[in-house]
Design a protein around this ligand. Structure first.
Ligand SMILES: Nc1ncnc2c1ncn2[C@@H]1O[C@H](COP(=O)(O)OP(=O)(O)OP(=O)(O)O)[C@@H](O)[C@H]1O
Length: 255
């Protein structure tokens, strides 16, 4: 018996692993990171923490093929198929178009691709995320948390096996953030997710593996494996202990 809402997590989805081999990016001749190896495991959440400016978003954009990598490095999917067409992206700013209502924002990807908009599915997703009453409302009429839920609905509408998230819940209050984390964990289960966040607790709640990126050129920590499975409780003693350790690591970094 599928759990409530599970209908939107396609069981046929094939979520590939992604491999960075000796990957690097430089701006103005200065390497932000170089020779970086990382395996983003298929069908699991990988979380990336690090101080501001260290290069987390750039690493995410490298995976998406939006910035050129340094020669000699590479980003490949485990199944060797192209990565970019299989990506859905969710950012800190909800990136909703202000002149479209919530439903049409969810349908934006289909419209831009010239596909027939699947209104029924958009409405079902909005309903699943508690936004039925907001379907016909424009972003300006919605709270920040509601807008981020619309953005999450749009991400889910794309139904991609790879999801890249760049501080997706940073702009909302703490309680809304916890709710959005729970929704995302449930709805994105089984996909390959790379989440960039400033929030150690968020990484520890959601991640199968957590990496800390520090220094210039930046390097990655060994993977941190929080105990148990996501979504972890905020008051889990092991999570809280790791949170303290991660905060210490981030505070000690001299970037
Ligand atoms: N297109 C670009 N051209 C030049 N420099 C860039 C470009 N994109 C990013 N940078 C620089 O690279 C560095 C890392 O940026 P990036 O956004 O990846 O960091 P971040 O770790 O995600 O930071 P934050 O947590 O503050 O978002 C910054 O100094 C930024 O100014």
């Amino acid at each position: 018996m599928p759990a409530k809402g599970e209908a939107f997590v396609s069981v046929s989805i094939s979520a590939p692993s992604i491999r960075l081999d000796r990957a690097g990016v430089a701006f103005d001749g200065q390497a932000l990171f170089a020779g970086l190896d990382l395996v983003i495991e298929g069908g699991r959440w990988t979380c990336l923490l690090g101080p501001s400016g260290v290069g987390k978003s750039t690493l995410l954009r490298l995976v998406a093929g939006l910035v050129p990598g340094l020669p000699g490095g590479g980003v490949t999917a485990g199944d060797r198929l192209p990565i970019a067409p299989r990506i859905a992206f969710m950012a800190q700013q909800d990136l909703l178009l202000p002149w479209l209502d919530a439903r049409d924002n969810v349908l934006l990807g289909q419209r831009l691709r010239g596909e027939r908009p699947d209104r029924a599915r958009a409405d079902a997703l909005l309903g699943e995320l508690g936004l039925s009453a907001a379907a016909g409302q424009r972003p300006a009429a919605l709270s920040g948390g509601m807008r981020q839920r619309v953005a999450l609905a749009r991400t889910l509408m794309e139904d991609r096996p790879i999801v890249l998230m760049d501080e997706p819940f940073a702009a909302v209050d703490a309680v809304t953030r916890l709710r959005l984390q729970a929704l995302a964990a449930e709805r994105l289960a089984g996909r390959t997710v790379l989440l960039v966040t400033h929030d150690p607790l968020e990484a520890l709640r959601l991640g199968h593996r957590v990496f800390v990126m520090t220094g210039r050129p930046a390097r990655l920590s060994d993977p941190i494996l929080p105990p148990g499975e996501p979504l972890r409780a905020v008051d889990d003693a092991a999570v809280l202990a790791l949170q303290g350790e991660l905060l210490r690591r981030l505070a000690d970094d001299g970037t």
